[in-house]
Design a binder for this molecule. Structure first.
Ligand SMILES: [Zn+2]
Length: 321
């Protein structure tokens, strides 16, 4: 409590006009000027899926923030001073883990928040590595080693794209929130239960739709879908690990090689990738190009997960038909 009060006093000594100066932990009785919002537990999440799941569980009883604003690439993300401040004044930090948030370790260190509770949403999830082939040439690896450090040392981190693992992440987030903020236990439980029910329905929908196209092999330009592939008996061949703004001639050649090597049904790309090149590539290969969303970017409404995943399902089904 002493620490909390000190941090409160410190906050006040700064500018009184400074908004969001981090006194979120202050007991409401200490200062009546503080808006009621500031008594809420402050939860900082790393990137979009972690925000969506946490917001779904917390509803309005906690103040949920996001570090990596949608529109920026989480794989290549560099932390900002605002990120450090947000963590410094947070009660809880929710991360995907598995090496996804490479910027985080140093940022947390710099924030020097000894009270911070960290929730690792991927706790207990059995990761996979090298299950789906990644088409990568040695030359390419050497060229990009310095700016593509993202090597999935802890396994492929894109677990949120499997509705079953997403459920596990929601459970981990729920339990972490309850431990850190037991006063709102019932709200967290009820919100999580509703969201989990939707995830279970989504899983059923995926099963029922994709069991019509077993072993469908597809090419992606982002190694983000091995969990969906594993769960629903499909096969992903990733041409590049992380989406690049522009595909190189080498990438194009790799896609052509992969089509020759595997019985590829379709190509998937995300927005932000050079679609002109992909379109002409798909025409050359006589394969249809569909979008597939990794949910690393998008809307911040928790229902966005279901919207994006349902259109992913439609596109997977169309491409695999
Ligand atoms: Zn990714």
């Amino acid at each position: 409590m002493t620490l909390l009060m000190l941090s409160f006093v410190y906050g006040c000594n700064q500018s009184s006009n400074t908004s969001n100066n981090g006194d979120t932990n202050t007991d409401a009785t200490i200062d009546k000027v503080q808006p009621t919002q500031s008594s809420k537990t402050k939860v900082v999440t790393t990137f979009l899926p972690m925000y969506l799941f946490t917001k779904a569980v917390a509803g309005d009883v906690a103040d949920v923030q996001i570090l990596v604003t949608p529109g920026t690439d989480v794989h290549e993300y560099q932390a900002t001073p605002d990120n450090v401040r947000a963590i410094a004044t947070a009660n809880i930090l929710v991360k995907n883990g598995l090496g996804m948030e490479e910027f985080l370790e140093d940022t947390v260190k710099n924030a020097k928040n000894s009270q911070l509770v960290e929730i690792d949403a991927s706790k207990g999830i059995k990761v996979i590595n090298d299950i789906s082939p990644v088409e990568e040439t040695k030359e390419k690896k050497k060229d990009h080693d310095h700016d593509h450090k993202h090597e999935h040392a802890d396994g492929n981190p894109h677990v949120w794209l499997d509705p079953v693992f997403a459920k596990q992440q929601v459970i981990n987030i729920r339990d972490g929130l309850i431990t850190a903020d037991p006063g709102n236990k019932e709200v967290y439980q009820a919100n999580a239960a509703a969201y989990i029910q939707e995830l279970e329905n989504l899983n059923t929908e995926f099963q029922q739709t994709l069991n019509k196209t077993p072993n469908c092999t597809f090419i992606t330009f982002h190694d983000a879908f091995p969990y969906i592939a594993q769960r629903y008996n499909l096969k992903q061949v990733a041409v590049v690990e992380i989406p690049e703004d522009q595909l190189s001639p080498t990438d194009v050649q790799k896609a052509i090689n992969a089509v020759k090597k595997y019985k590829v049904k379709t190509l998937f790309s995300e927005s932000g990738v050079d679609n002109k090149l992909l379109t002409s590539l798909s025409q050359d290969l006589k394969l249809t190009l569909y979008p597939l969303d990794s949910l690393e970017n998008g809307e911040t409404n928790p229902q966005y997960y279901f919207q994006a995943m349902k259109s992913n399902l439609q596109n997977l089904a169309a491409g695999c038909k």
